[in-house]
Design a protein. Structure first.
Length: 416
């Protein structure tokens, strides 16, 4: 018996008021001064009549795991969809409001966080209400040059996975696409709210073919637009060549065009959604003496973090969610945190699927997920300092990446 596919899409505005704290850079201390382009929550729902999947992605830097769980619970209460069938992601723009406990360079406004949570649920509910008979096509493009490996290696992820959902008459409903690169074209000197290059990419796709474009950030833990991590830790880095809105438009246009150029083919099959909780172990904290030294540094970037950790070292583990949804039989993999690029490359190789969409920044983003564990020996920002921006007492241990990979592989087997 043929499977009837249904799809719907919706968008909600998340743009914060001017004057709030911006997240993304420890060196940035000033509030937002303008809105350059809107921040959105984009949702796509897919159903086969028996099972339903909803994917929501917001133009935010991160979400605490409990905020993600609350969005899914809100949507369940409003529509009845199982919470485990809701994947909540962020694009990871570094020019949006602070929304996490760690702040990631800013101080979250609880009222705005509540507003954003409600708007994400609104988008999900509207996408479900818009379900209509659909045809799905999938494929992938290839793009080199936007993403660079900031840890000194050549390894990047050139894939641009694409899923197109159309009405039976060919009218576009949604284009879901992914690419792995930090949205950090604009640096710490920028005080304008912006979705950075993913916003430009979505608009490029929508202006060309219509419908709603939903971008899912790839496994870009060590991939960005071409500068060193230290360039974002000091004032003045935002004025470096290439960290402009013109450059953001250029990066987004390149990604968007790769989406448009991607060949796709029609696919049919069932819909499913499976999720598993994973407790990410956190490393040992610094000693009180080491924390007091950091806390006493005049104007030190991490002085506030050290004072907070003296009062409360923080948890020994953080629970997040790994998920695999299948649309018309095609898997979409959702990983938490800021996963390193090797996650996506290894999963694609394991499945023999070069177009497999592997999104990070989903199910909670409490910090970086280096993988494989050889990265720990090399040190660097992601291992030695980034956890401070998230309010963690230390980086996740090497076991964390192994646990996430094992959960993803198990879910892919179960979903298959």
């Amino acid at each position: 018996m043929a499977v009837t596919l249904l799809a719907g899409a919706a968008v909600a505005d998340l743009t914060p008021p001017v004057g709030g704290s911006l997240a993304g850079y420890a060196a940035r201390r000033s509030p937002s001064a303008a809105v350059h382009d809107p921040l959105l929550a984009t949702a796509v729902a897919v159903s086969d009549g028996a099972a339903t999947s909803v994917v929501i992605c917001a133009d935010l830097i991160a979400l605490d795991p409990d905020t993600v769980r609350n969005v899914a619970a809100d949507l369940h209460e409003r529509t009845g969809i199982p919470a485990e069938a809701v994947a909540v992601a962020v694009t990871h723009t570094h020019a949006g409001p602070a929304v996490t406990r760690g702040g990631i360079g800013g101080v979250a406004d609880p009222a705005y966080v509540a507003h954003a949570r409600a708007r994400m649920a609104d988008a999900g509910a509207a996408a479900l209400a818009a379900l209509t008979p659909a045809v799905m096509r999938r494929g992938h493009g290839t793009l080199h040059g936007v993403a660079h490996n900031r840890r000194g290696a050549a390894l990047t992820d050139p894939a641009v996975p694409v899923v197109r959902l159309e009405r039976e008459n060919g009218e576009p409903i949604a284009t879901v696409f992914s690419h792995a690169c930090h949205p950090v074209t604009l640096g710490p000197d920028n005080l304008s709210v912006t979705a950075d290059w993913p916003g430009y990419a979505r608009r490029h796709v929508e202006s060309a073919i219509g419908g709603v474009a939903l971008f899912l950030q790839g496994c870009c833990g060590q991939l960005n637009t071409g500068h060193a991590a230290v360039d974002s830790l000091r004032p003045g880095a935002g004025s470096l060549p290439g960290r402009t809105f013109e450059a953001a438009r250029g990066n987004g246009t390149l990604v968007g065009q790769a989406v448009l150029d991607a060949g796709t083919r029609a696919v049919t099959g069932p819909v499913s959604a499976a999720a598993a909780p994973v407790a990410l172990p956190v490393g040992d904290p610094l000693t009180p003496a080491e924390l007091r030294t950091l806390a006493g540094e005049p104007g030190g970037i991490w002085a506030g973090w050290a004072r907070d950790r003296l009062r409360d070292p923080g948890p020994a583990a953080v629970e997040v969610q790994v998920a695999v949804h299948r649309w018309a039989g095609v898997p979409l993999v959702f990983l938490p945190g800021e996963p390193f690029v090797e996650f996506a490359l290894e999963l694609r190789a394991a499945l023999g699927d070069p177009g497999l969409l592997v999104a990070g920044y989903t199910g909670g983003v409490p910090g970086y997920l280096p993988y494989p564990e050889s990265h720990y020996g090399a040190g660097g920002y992601e291992i030695e300092e980034a956890h401070r921006a998230y309010g963690l007492r230390a980086a996740f241990t090497p076991e964390a990446g192994r646990l996430v990979m094992a959960a993803a592989r198990e879910l892919l087997g179960e979903a298959g």
